[in-house]
Design a protein around this ligand. Structure first.
Ligand code: PLP
Length: 370
């Protein structure tokens, strides 16, 4: 029988230990497994290649993203790096122009050292993507919504372009999660996550995920994951399985809080603009004045001024000096990541407490200025 996403989430990792009937998934710390005989295996030989706790997580990831295979990594960047191993010198990737600064940094390093080429395009405009393609293009890599400008890309339209040119579509789905968007059902070939964010959800696990469609990609990623070995520990896998059980509830609450706070911020005189696509728990906003930024951040008491997102606790990040510091200033300014921009990862706290804190700080800034 096939179940709804919420049911699958609640049951993640369950019934994996028929020998004992354990309800909670066992954490298999063993790195090696006894061979019953020469050429025989239980399916597990050595933990870098496969580990039962990781397998439970990887099966859950594939199911949630509606892919065929899931691969867990030791960080989101390790996941991005693993996917880039699919390409060779001279290949070109079309990528979203405002994307996570760490991905930009990795692309830049690989461009210099390996001969891979990255072409930055506003992927919210399918025509621009179509025009950017050359005979060397091998994949389109998008974040939707983008980080931190929250611009959504029409994944179906881009998937159509990728298919008609016989190239791969890779989607970093960290921000929306499979609760709000399942790129493979829209035509993507590969989904990437920084599982450190919403999938983990509690700011206590660093991990990444890759979900693929079809046999060929599964085989390639299996080889890459095993060869490079940037896999998460069994404990981290277990923590992720545990976290996935509440993913739906967390995202629902983060989204309703974010919708209310986006409306509040939009109406406040200290705010110049709010960037919120109408769904999800992430929003960005620009203060009216750049000199207010340090005061605003120093006065936060409940919301943490910290560099991550997707957790149950609210975080505000300053892309200029944190997540996007590695992107050249001119490039940042060109796409709209100005020095007045703050990124808000809305948590599951009571929305009134969050609004009260924002209101008191923003009222103060306006008051002191008059
Ligand atoms: N992709 C996105 C959209 C991110 O926001 C991040 C991290 O912030 C990453 C990838 C990298 O993930 P990690 O920090 O787990 O390596």
């Amino acid at each position: 029988m096939s179940y709804q996403l919420e049911t699958q989430l609640a049951q993640t990792g369950n019934r994996k230990d028929p020998a004992t009937g354990a309800v909670s998934l066992p954490i298999h710390l063993s790195t090696a497994y006894i061979h019953p005989g020469i050429g025989q295996s239980t399916g597990y030989d050595y933990s870098r290649t496969a580990n039962p706790t990781r397998t439970a997580l990887e099966e859950a990831l594939a199911l949630l993203e509606r892919g065929d295979s899931g691969f867990a990594f030791s960080s989101g960047m390790a996941a991005v790096h693993a996917v880039l191993q699919l390409f060779k010198s001279g290949d070109e990737l079309i990528v979203s122009e405002d994307l996570y600064g760490g991905s930009y940094r990795l692309f830049h390093q690989l461009e210099e050292r390996t001969g891979l080429n990255f072409k930055y395009v506003d992927t919210t405009l399918p025509n621009s993507v179509e025009k950017a393609l050359t005979t060397n293009s091998k994949a389109i890599f998008i974040e939707s919504p983008t980080n931190p400008l929250m611009k959504e890309t029409d994944i179906e339209a881009i998937a159509h372009i990728a298919k008609s040119h016989n190239i791969l579509l890779i989607v970093d789905n960290t921000f929306y999660t499979p609760i709000l968007q399942q790129p493979i059902t829209l035509g993507a070939d590969i989904v990437i996550h920084s599982a450190t964010k919403y999938l983990g959800g509690h700011n206590d696990v660093l991990a990444g995920a890759v979900i693929t469609k079809g046999q060929a990609l599964a085989e390639q990623l299996t080889t890459i994951q095993n060869s490079i070995g940037a896999v998460p520990s069994p404990l981290d896998c277990w923590l992720l399985v545990r976290s996935l059980k509440t993913l739906g509830l967390r995202v629902e609450r983060q989204q309703s809080n974010a919708q209310a706070l986006a409306a509040f911020l939009q109406a406040h005189p200290a705010i110049d603009s709010v960037l919120y696509p109408g769904q999800g728990g992430m929003l960005s906003f620009r203060l009216q004045r750049e000199e207010w930024v340090p005061l605003f951040l120093e006065r936060l008491e409940l919301i943490a001024f910290a560099e991550s997102l997707g957790g149950v606790e609210s975080f505000i990040t300053y892309p200029t000096t944190q997540t996007h510091a590695d992107i050249p200033v001119a490039e940042r300014e060109r796409v709209g990541i100005c020095a007045r921009l703050l990124r808000f990862s809305v948590g599951i706290e009571h929305v009134q407490d969050l609004q009260n804190e924002l209101q008191s700080i923003l009222d103060g800034l306006v008051g002191e200025d008059s």
